[in-house]
Design a protein around this ligand. Structure first.
Ligand code: M6R
Length: 609
């Protein structure tokens, strides 16, 4: 939530800040603002709404200077408005700052400051931090930050400009991501790596309560007590173009089209295809630890949770181990007591999702081993988990997760296969057969992408649907949940997933003339069961679309439309089956004129509860 950028160096900061905010716009788009030192003053410009509104203002009233900070907001406290937009300053005009996170005790601090005569102009928790810093500031920025940090509770990433020291940016964070890097022409700060990729690939991830001071000639780090510390940096080898839209109209479409490559890159990290065999780091435990493992609990939010649901099927089937998949925000307050021999597997694209981090920390505190499936090197989850199985999706910019889901389920499949291999629950022959299947998956995917016009055509006829239901059994039920989320988040059409067998227990009452029901049928042994459910909704007036694994002539009679995948193994079919569902969501949203990459009310990275 919220994107922060900052630059100090020898160039004009404004275009650098705007470019960074453009890249980070997926983190929030309720308002945008910058503050730049113009040589005499810190000049602030901000505006409600998308970044383009701010750009328009800056065209009319340009701001030039070599040090500045910027912000794109996802509103938490205070409605999206000019007055609540960042940056915020203190009453004495000593500093301005931008903030990502939530200050949980802001009401208490605000009333303390108001008792001292401080006048607030916005409804935000952020202004409380600015006023607090202004209150404790006596000419030493580090000291003021250390003092303020003792009082504030919650999560924060702050970039601060002090009027007395206008060429430096002071940054601090807790439970909220912040990356700093030094490029050829100065120092950069951002909430996420892609915003600084065009300037540097050597970045440092800030740890909790660490302070960074960016100046035109370097970056200094301090701990929470203000003592200087050394920090190393990580090299990021993401392709710069990967974070750019190129000739695509939307990032979402670009990222769907990247799925065959993302799949191949991820699979190749864990599989040696020549033999074929699984590499050892696919499930990074030795045989004794694997034998002692009694249960796996998979945790994630949204799409990552849906990947976990599919992971549960994989681990159950291949490694014959009890698995639960849980939503992180529920799990963290469930009062759960970990059991001996249990492992927590956390799934997160960003590695910064607040609830998933909380679950990870609970497990670590209980001494439970943790494994993360994560896309971002250096992110909090990647740093704090005992082991990390990285996905190689590259940067995902569209708010709707597409290639990250695909690579998450790929890693979960391979990890389950490896665990099964070590525990002896799957034969070497079956492992080989399944691995051989993977080699042709990118081709099958490509075919689906190349043939996407058929999906576009279907969407052009159905986009006025008010309700869409996705049904399936087993693996297809897990896939349906992701298909339904994709559709609702980008097209705002009400969509839900139901276990096909559950329809008759209540949900079928919702079916009326023209309701669209999508049946996912990748598991051939369950096809006839789901077909009966499709028939039940069809005779009640539903328009029925089925997605089948290869040709299933018996299904066609129950449907208005069938989309056929190339026939493939039931366990690997989800890698392909999700693509038409993502394309369908995309085209429905485009037809409706929705903002596909930045759906209303959403942000890519949910770093607050
Ligand atoms: O970064 P994470 O994978 O931890 O994010 C979790 C969810 O917020 C995320 O998967 C979200 O549901 C998707 N962006 C929706 O498409």
């Amino acid at each position: 939530m919220c994107g922060i950028v900052g630059y100090t160096g020898i160039n004009n900061a404004t275009p650098i800040l705007l470019e960074g905010l453009d890249t980070l716009a997926y983190r929030g788009y309720d308002s945008a603002g910058i503050a730049v030192w113009d040589g005499e003053n810190i000049v602030m410009k901000k505006e409600k709404g998308q970044l383009s509104n701010l750009k328009a203002i800056l065209e009319r009233e340009p701001v030039t200077g070599c040090c500045g900070i910027g912000h794109t907001r996802w509103a938490t406290h205070g409605e999206p408005s000019y007055i609540n937009s960042h940056p915020h300053g203190d009453a004495k005009k000593q500093l301005v700052l931008v903030h990502n996170g939530i200050i949980e005790n802001y009401v208490r601090i605000k009333s303390m400051l108001m008792d001292r005569g401080c006048v607030f102009v916005s409804d935000t928790d952020t202004e409380v931090v600015a006023q607090l810093l202004g209150d404790v500031y006596n000419g030493d920025p580090i000291k003021a930050i250390v003092e303020a940090m003792k009082l504030i509770e919650g999560s924060f990433a702050l970039a601060i400009l002090f009027r007395d020291d206008p060429h430096r940016i002071y940054c601090v964070c807790k439970d909220s991501p912040m990356v700093v890097g030094f490029g050829r022409d100065g120092a950069h700060i951002a909430s996420d790596i892609p915003a600084m990729l065009s300037y540097t690939r050597d970045v440092t991830f800030m740890g909790d309560k660490q302070i960074a001071v960016l100046s035109p000639d370097g970056i200094a780090f301090y701990n929470e007590f203000g003592t200087p510390i050394d920090k190393g940096c990580s090299h990021i080898d993401w392709d710069l173009d990967a974070a750019k839209k190129g000739s695509y109209e939307h990032f979402m479409m670009k990222e769907i089209c990247e799925e065959p490559v993302a799949f191949r890159k991820t699979a190749e990290q864990y599989v040696s295809f020549r033999e074929p065999r699984l590499k050892a780091d696919c499930f990074p435990w030795d045989a004794d630890n694997c034998a002692e493992l009694k249960r796996i609990r998979i945790i994630g939010c949204g799409t990552a949770y849906h990947a976990g649901l599919l992971g549960k099927k994989y681990f159950t089937e291949l490694a014959k181990i009890p698995v639960e998949a849980e939503i992180a925000s529920e799990f963290r307050y469930s009062g759960y007591t970990f059991e001996e021999g249990e492992a927590l597997l956390l799934v997160s694209q960003s590695g910064e999702t607040a609830d998933t981090i909380a679950a990870l920390r609970m497990a670590k505190q209980a001494g439970v081993r943790t494994i993360a499936v994560c896309n971002v090197i250096g992110s909090t989850i990647a740093r704090e988990a005992d082991e990390v199985l990285f996905t190689y999706a590259g940067p995902e910019i569209a708010v709707a997760a597409t290639k990250s889901y695909l690579t998450q389920i790929t890693v979960l499949f391979l990890a389950a296969l490896r665990l099964g291999e070590i525990r002896g629950t799957i034969s070497g022959e079956r492992v080989k057969a399944l691995l051989s299947e993977l080699t042709s998956i990118p081709e099958h995917m490509q075919k689906l992408i190349d043939d996407r016009e058929a999906i576009q055509y279907f969407a052009s006829r159905e986009f006025s649907a008010k309700h869409v239901f996705f049904i399936g059994r087993g693996i297809d039920n897990a896939l349906s949940m992701e298909a339904a989320l994709k559709l609702k988040e980008v097209s705002y059409i009400h969509s839900d997933a139901y276990a096909a067998g559950e329809l008759k227990h209540g949900t079928i009452a919702l079916i009326e003339e023209g309701t669209l029901v999508v049946g996912l049928i990748t598991q051939r042994h369950l096809a006839s069961k789901t077909a009966s459910n499709l028939e039940e909704v069809r005779v009640r007036g539903a328009t029925v679309l089925a997605l089948t694994n290869g040709s299933m002539p018996d299904i066609a009679g129950h449907c208005n439309k069938v989309w056929e995948l190339d026939e493939m193994n039931e366990l690997t079919a989800p890698f392909c089956a999700i693509i038409p569902m993502q394309l369908f969501a995309y085209y429905m949203a485009v037809q409706k004129g929705c903002n596909v990459d930045k759906p209303r009310n959403l942000a890519k990275s949910v770093t607050v509860e």
